[in-house]
Design a protein around this ligand. Structure first.
Ligand SMILES: O=C(O)CCC(=O)C(=O)O
Length: 279
């Protein structure tokens, strides 16, 4: 089914991103938020790194969408059909994460391209798309996502380690900023930002009173199956679900089965593989 019209697809191809307002209803996003906030397993498996300014970049990550509410969000037709239109291919779930950017302490994300990391995982083409779903309202004040419009056309920029975080070569980022418009992607709960894997993005620390949690679902094109094993899955068929399943599963604790969270210290080699490359 086609959800984006041809102008929206052209906009994505030109800008490297598109925001769909209200992709998830108030009820759906409230359920997601409630589940996440009371999910002790997610809390325990979340890992935190310093952003270099004393604030904490905290996230929980999982490779397979699962059958709980997180899975229903990542597998629902209104989201995956749109991703498939963008990728012009069957999509498979590459991983999802919850970014737990808490009030006052939530850390900043350095400028990067997702493909800057995923390239290390044997993914040949940058034909991947991420969808950031606002769980809380995201504003400039609480560190909403920032994107450089059209930056996906730069191709892959080298990524280097700086402290705990791997980021894009800052000289390039600074030059790109002089030529490309910086967009603050302010979003209400339920809005979704679809962005290309080479789109440069970053976010500031959250110095406000308001938390800024967001779920990010990342998809790879089926034809872009990585040529080697990594900490994220190779092609695995994604079973789409009807959109109604979000509420049905989200309201039913018994169906809301546990997600297998990754241990980021052990499983995520993105940053360490960059340091090995440089050595
Ligand atoms: O949540 C954010 O502010 C940024 C997250 C991000 O850039 C990422 O997950 O690649």
């Amino acid at each position: 089914m086609k959800h984006f019209n041809s102008e929206e697809i052209s906009q994505y191809e030109r800008d490297g991103f598109i925001i769909v307002r209200g992709l998830f209803s108030e009820l759906e996003i409230n359920l997601l938020g409630q589940n996440a906030r009371t999910d002790n397993t997610m809390d325990k498996s979340s890992s935190s790194m310093d952003d270099g300014e004393g604030n904490a970049v905290r996230l929980a990550l999982w490779n397979h969408p699962g059958d709980g509410i997180y899975g229903m969000i990542a597998r629902c037709r209104k989201l995956v059909d749109r991703v498939e239109q963008i990728l012009d291919d069957e999509a498979y779930h590459y991983h999802s994460k919850m970014v737990l950017k808490d009030a006052k302490v939530g850390g900043a994300w350095a400028w990067h391209q997702d493909y800057g990391y995923w390239y290390q995982n044997g993914v040949l083409f940058p034909n991947l798309c991420s969808v950031m779903i606002a769980v809380d309202r995201a504003t400039k004040e609480n560190g909403c996502m920032q994107v450089l419009k059209g930056s996906h056309k730069l191709g892959r920029i080298n990524h280097v380690l700086s402290g705990d975080q791997a980021g894009a070569d800052l000289e390039r980022v600074e030059e790109a900023k002089k030529r490309l418009e910086l967009i603050h992607a302010e979003m209400d709960p339920g809005d979704a930002l679809f962005f290309h894997s080479n789109t440069l993005h970053a976010s500031a620390a959250n110095n406000s009173e308001y938390s800024r949690w967001a779920m990010i679902c990342c998809f790879n094109a089926a034809s872009n199956d990585p040529y080697m094993e990594s900490h994220h899955p190779r092609y695995t068929k994604l079973d789409k679900v009807d959109d109604e399943q979000i509420l049905l599963v989200g309201q039913d604790q018994a169906k809301n089965s546990r997600t297998s969270f990754a241990d980021l210290k052990v499983d995520d080699k993105s940053a360490s593989s960059l340091s090995e490359e440089q050595n």
